[in-house]
Design a binder for this molecule. Structure first.
Ligand code: DGJ
Length: 743
């Protein structure tokens, strides 16, 4: 018995010892942290002739935006600046705020790591300055995620363009869920935001509001139509609740991107205003492979202490000098046949229109939609897109024949394409259904009876480039292409991208830019207009490639006042295609005088869009006269500085002027929008931008009898700037154009 008990005890001990061997040793859990290396505190100043963006780097390597405004004598005074905010929460002045650490506001950068964590805190490593470009290198202190912030300054124009580059230095892919181009911190007591909303035929409508606490988001999720419902740009007046053209601090911004965009304005507890701007991360988590660099588009910033007028002029000058494709070029006046004929034309009709355009003094004829597709002829908007061969039934003599006729008459020749699109009724849709934007099992919705091709696919990129190239080969006399894009993206998806569907929205625009790079490499001199159901693609990304935009399908005078005023806040007049069309207006049914329509269209790149035969003999005389006078002053519209004198949102009139850089010439436009009672004195326009020490001869154009008592005489610039200029415009649609020349 004793032996049995001993045996059992021995067995028990053996089992317990074996269990003890198997059980992991319980080690006390220790949270280990990675040390943040200290750096030398410093100030980094990005300067232009009159402005400075000042960044402060503290001992920990945190980079904060401390000032965006007037250039300072000593930026280093910001070295020890202390915002004195409660330190347990970051007050949000980080130069590029990332999700993680003490930062809880809206993020410029958010990263999901392979281990499921989401904290990123980037610190200063180094920076370098090369010419006007400053690059600040930052790195997360735990992972191998790196960020370069690139600041490019344009000294004369007082513009700074900022973008970020995000690099995965780790060994596994990471997911970027926010990746703004730029983040800005401003500090004022009030923030008065001006931004844009709109729809087809009502683009660039102005919205203004004082920003309260919380987040205001402006964005587009329409894929390819950047600007129909808004515009990736804004103006922000500081310390005021009012708009002023001439007074106060204004910060303006515009994004160089042609796809989904997002600009957020957040007022956290600190009182600061944080603006994050960039590509919209909507449905676009970017998987960043090991070693990959993600380069965001530029965000353009300017600051003015002379109100919104100067902010606009800074942007316009920067655009003309550095951003627009051939920004210094004066593009020709033109006649486009769209509203004159729509799809119903033949060679004879086009030749007649060309003859009429030539006799009116116009300089180019543009053949719009409807010239192509054989099996599914493009005789309305239901068929043909995708089949880019000439419809020989309609135009048997060919494009070269028509283009040669235009050239023989001294006109340039342009032609319309919409290469990103396909009608279900086309050979292309049948041959390549896989090229169409689509999502498995889901309806492929049509908009304007068409689908959109998937430009994230390199085969489609080749095709779209080929459409441009083949169209150009129809004649060696094609001087101008109108590139249209008449729908936005819905039920998005790509057969090419497989499981990487989140690359679609960004991949599409990258694909579009690749095509445009190829187009520009081969066709550097072709004038190309960016059109998208009117003005649905007006942004500084497109404008690197395109000479101009079609601002709106609505060329009704009354509507155009608002559309063109809004456009002028951010974009220069030289890009704005503005046409005179027939009345009643095809979109609004409105009737405005021909002179009003001409004077207004002359504030941009003048064109006509009608059947000239619909004009009376008297109207033809006026048209000739307006076109002739436009050529006298259009260099001012294309290259001069814009001063807005009266806003259509504020009063009964709209007035603006362009002044040459040397201030020797100017042109003033004024438009009456509402009846002005006879008992009221004539409106006074205090002209701007003139040399007050010089004299200007003032001549009203396009009329026999002037509406200003001083027309034809000479006046001091100081008189004209101080209230002496008061043309009598009292009836709705009265309008006037004055040329000012120093003697
Ligand atoms: C939309 C454009 O905005 C118009 O000017 C015209 O080109 C049509 N498309 C043609 O379909």
């Amino acid at each position: 018995m004793k032996r049995i008990l001993l045996l059992l005890a021995a067995m028990l001990l053996a089992v317990t010892a074996a269990d003890a061997r198997k059980a992991p040793k319980k080690k006390a859990y220790v949270h280990e942290t990675v040390a943040i290396p200290e750096v030398q505190p410093r100030v980094i100043a990005i300067e232009t002739d009159n402005t400075a963006l000042i960044l402060q780097v503290d001992r920990k390597g945190v980079v904060r935006t401390r000032h965006y405004g007037a250039k300072l004598g000593r930026s280093e005074d910001f070295l020890n600046f202390n915002d004195k905010a409660f330190k347990d929460i970051d007050p949000g002045s980080l130069a590029y705020p990332s999700s993680g650490g003490r930062y809880t506001g809206s993020s410029a950068l958010s990263v999901l790591y392979p281990d499921g964590t989401r904290n990123t805190e980037i610190y200063y490593l180094s920076h370098e300055v090369a010419g006007n470009k400053t690059t600040i290198h930052l790195k997360d202190y735990v992972t191998e995620l790196k960020v370069d912030l690139v600041y490019e300054s344009f000294p004369k124009e007082d513009v700074i363009v900022i973008h970020s580059e995000i690099v995965n230095g780790g060994k596994k892919p990471v997911s970027l869920t926010d990746y703004a181009s730029s983040s800005m911190t401003l500090n004022a007591r009030k923030y008065f935001l001006t931004h844009f909303h709109g729809t087809w035929a009502e683009e660039m409508q102005v919205d203004r509001e004082v920003l309260g606490h919380g987040i205001k988001v402006l964005e587009s999720r329409r894929g390819v139509q950047t600007s129909q419902c808004g515009n990736p740009s804004f103006l922000l007046s500081l310390d005021t609740a009012e708009w002023s053209e001439t007074k106060g601090e204004v910060v303006a911004g515009a994004l160089e991107w042609s796809g989904n965009w997002k600009i957020s304005f957040e007022r956290p507890e600190s009182g600061y205003l944080r603006i994050n701007a960039g590509i919209n991360p909507y449905a676009s988590v970017w998987s960043l492979a090991a070693g990959e660099r993600f380069v965001t588009p530029g965000m353009v910033w300017t600051w003015s202490d002379e109100g919104a007028g100067k902010a606009s002029r800074n942007l316009h000058r920067w655009a003309r000098n550095s951003q627009l494709y051939a920004g210094a070029q004066i593009t020709p006046t033109l006649l486009n046949n769209w509203e004159g004929t729509y799809f119903s034309f033949n060679t004879k009709m086009l030749l007649d229109i060309i003859d009429d355009a030539a006799s009116m003094g116009l300089e180019m004829f543009v053949l719009d939609d409807g010239w192509f597709a054989k099996d599914y002829p493009r005789n309305d908007d239901k068929a043909g897109l995708g089949d880019w061969e000439l419809n020989t039934d309609k135009l048997p003599e060919g494009i070269d024949y028509i283009a040669s006729h235009a050239h023989n008459k001294g006109l340039k020749f342009g032609i319309w394409i919409e290469p990103e699109m396909v009608n279900p009724e086309s050979n292309l849709a049948k041959a390549h259904p896989e090229w169409i934007v689509q999502s498995p099992g889901r309806e492929m919705e049509q908009i304007r009876n068409q689908w959109i091709l998937d430009l994230s696919n390199p085969e489609v990129q080749d095709f779209v480039y080929g459409v441009f190239d083949r169209t150009m080969s129809l004649s060696d006399k094609i001087d101008y292409i109108k590139w249209d894009c008449n729908r936005s993206v819905t039920s998005f998806g790509s057969t090419y991208l497989g499981t990487e569907q989140d690359r679609f929205f960004i991949g599409y625009i990258q694909g579009l830019y690749k095509v445009l790079d190829r187009v520009r490499a081969k066709y550097p001199d072709t004038i190309i207009q960016c059109c998208s159901s009117g003005g649905a693609r007006v942004d500084y990304g497109q404008l690197k490639y395109f000479n101009e935009v079609w601002a709106s399908d609505n060329s009704d005078g009354d509507s155009r006042v608002l559309i063109q005023y809004g456009t002028s806040l951010v974009y220069p007049a030289c890009i704005m295609g503005s046409h005179v069309s027939i009345v009643p207006n095809h979109q609004t049914g409105n009737i405005t005088p021909l002179k009003f329509r001409f004077d207004l269209a002359s504030t941009g790149r003048l064109g006509m869009e009608l059947q000239p035969k619909d004009l009376t003999a008297q109207e033809r005389v006026l048209a000739d006269r307006c076109i002739k006078s436009y050529k006298q002053y259009r260099d001012l519209v294309f290259k001069g500085d814009l001063y807005r004198l009266a806003s259509p949102y504020e009063g009964d009139d709209y007035a603006l002027m362009y002044v040459s850089e040397d201030k020797s010439r100017a042109v003033v436009f004024a438009f009456c929008l509402k009846f002005r009672n006879r008992d009221k004195a004539a409106p006074v326009y205090k002209l701007q931008g003139l040399d007050t020490s010089r004299s200007y001869k003032v001549t009203e154009l396009n009329v026999d009898k002037s509406c200003w008592w001083g027309s034809g005489k000479s006046f001091g610039g100081d008189f004209l700037s101080s209230g002496g200029f008061n043309p009598k415009l009292s009836k709705p649609h009265d309008s006037a154009v004055f040329l000012l020349e120093t003697e």
